[in-house]
Design a protein around this ligand. Sequence first.
Ligand SMILES: Nc1ncnc2c1ncn2[C@@H]1O[C@H](COP(=O)(O)OP(=O)(O)OP(=O)(O)O)[C@@H](O)[C@H]1O
Length: 257
Amino acid sequence: MILTNKQSTVSEDCPSCDHSHHHKHALHVESISVRYHKNLALEDVSFDTQCGHAVALLGPNGAGKSTLLKTIAGLIPRSAGIVRWRNQPVKKWSREFAYLPQSEEVNWDFPITVRGMVEMGRYPQLGAFKKFSSHDEEVVDHALELMHMAELGHRQINELSGGQKQRAFLARAIAQEAHVMLLDEPFTGLDREHSAQLQQVIRQLTKDGRLIIASHHDLNTAEDIFDQAMLLKRNIHAFGATKDVLTNSQLDALYKS
Ligand SMILES: Nc1ncnc2c1ncn2[C@@H]1O[C@H](COP(=O)(O)OP(=O)(O)OP(=O)(O)O)[C@@H](O)[C@H]1O
């Protein structure tokens, strides 16, 4: 069993948030427990990671992957423990965190166009007057292009296919230009071409210094996309470099027991 808080260092500095001080920003998750009524979904979860990493959260249904993402994002209360980002406790949602919910948690009947929804990703960044600048428009255009959604920008979101909805939501998360991206099953519903393209986007965002944490079910692609992996089932069974974590014996222990 690998359970280490020691991180391999990455060569990239942290261009997306700090050009002048070449330090890496760290996420510290310390002894997190989350309870839904009597059900203990997460128990004493601790790990550290930092910008420039892409972390795969792996584990069976009900293991607590979504709960961990929501907890880090400050969207649900913890029963115990603390999350620190850049040495500050995360108490509630902040604009440095972008969160992609699972598709079924989204109200797709909300009347809004794809572009309007991606523009919402900019709201946390807008100044006091809430006015869109040309820079905001460019960021939205770029996010739509990255997700191959530019041509569908005018469509209502309830007129999209499952994969297109997923890409629209990813574009919104990208438009937020958050430092930490918490993605709940981002590959769900994507065809082969768009999966390959999202893999590339994740690699690029990581290279740019973002921290990506994503729940993922495909063990075959995990090593290509994510440099770190966590095996989770209420508590952490293993965490470290993906190739060290994804061994047959550890996976058997996680999925069979
Ligand atoms: N809102 C809720 N109220 C009560 N229990 C919940 C709630 N959300 C999740 N749970 C429970 O908490 C545990 C962890 O659920 P979670 O959704 O975090 O798992 P997951 O690893 O993301 O699962 P999946 O792979 O199926 O998406 C499960 O036992 C689930 O039933």
